[in-house]
Ligand binder design. Sequence first.
Ligand code: FUL
Length: 448
Amino acid sequence: MYDFRKFLDEAAHVRPSQRQLRMLDIGFYAFAHFGPNTFTDREWGLGNEDEKCFNPVDLDCDQWVEAIKSAGMKGLVLTAKHHDGFCLWPSRYTEHSVKNSPVKRDVVKECAEACARGGIKFGVYLSPWDRNSKYYGTDEYNVYYRNQLTELLTEYGPLFHVWFDGACGEGPNGKKQTYEFESWWELIRKYQPDATIFNDHGPDIRWCGNEAGTARHSEWAVVPSELCYWADVQTGPGPLADEGKLDFMYNSDADIGSMPNILYSKGLVFAPSEIDMSIRPGWFWHEKEEPHSLERLFSTYLTSVGANATFILNVPPTNRGLIDERDVVRLKELGDLIRKELSADLTAGAAPVRLPYDSRTQARFETELPSPADIKYIELSENIADGQRVESFTLTITDADGNTRGGYQGTAIGHKKIVPFGAKNVKKINLFVTAARGEVEMKAIKAY
Ligand code: FUL
């Protein structure tokens, strides 16, 4: 017989690694798509671009870092190599790199050093799909790829995040490649044990399933191992994933970690979602494109960092090697808005108080404000170091005159849930957990 209690207990105790916890705390970081496409006005290079096209005459990575920091982002992931195979560092294993470009500068090095100077973290994207390499589609390519990855992992200081694109197209000889993912994970654990690994299916951080910055209604960090099979080192890809039966679920906006979706899973793994989008329509810089509106970026922040996920926002440098002034302005506006709306905690850090059990709830908490205030947002955090447990909750407030108002209903909480909640003269915030997978541990209830 299906042992539901045992299953619930297991689901409540799937715990994150230290590196996953650190990444959730970092929360908001930048992507920089930069390479031949920046000069040819393309999104996917063909692989036969002349190295001489790469000529960012005013390249200044410190300018990138300043712009990124103004938005409050705490790290930067650079496309060291995109699908066109051109390397932004002088790799020993190919001539298709900056060494044959007019600038002859090691962009990976300059970027890593600028991040260190600016006090933000640095990470890399190394496209497995390579439309330039003559080895692509053969076993030798796996050796070539590992050599390149090793250069990046060993020669550019500490990396916080290594990003693996799932794209797998044809190379110059018309063949596709079988990627040896597990051997890459091994290299990262060996040389950069603190770095998180991103791939569609984990192991550390999984893809949200779209590139528009759209999060699911609930982004659970505990998900079926069939969907995040790289996090499941024991078994690797499961039969269901192999047959593609779960592709629909993975690529749809189904809440993949919710109870109906995990009940009959093979196993559960901890793999938080990363929401990825570009500040502009394209991933690479195109003169004619404009940055997205401040409203769209801020609302994506709320539904990513504020919904138990991380947010990687792409900011593509221009063909001069600088962040476009239009994006510089938008990033500063975004940072200012985040700081204005979400930095002054009106509870002054008061710890949530657990109230006695009540028949309608699984757990009840309240947090009192030191003095009554008008609020716009409530922020909830579970102690996810022990697991993610809240399935559903209701929020109300009590004002200084003793009236109770509100009744926001939510689902998953996890690392951080920011709820837009406008109310005046608030004295107390009341959290009713209406369903949970186990003992609920609330780390913080804040109000802004
Ligand atoms: C995709 C790529 O094909 C895009 O060019 C971009 O790099 C995006 C982040 O990932 O798979």
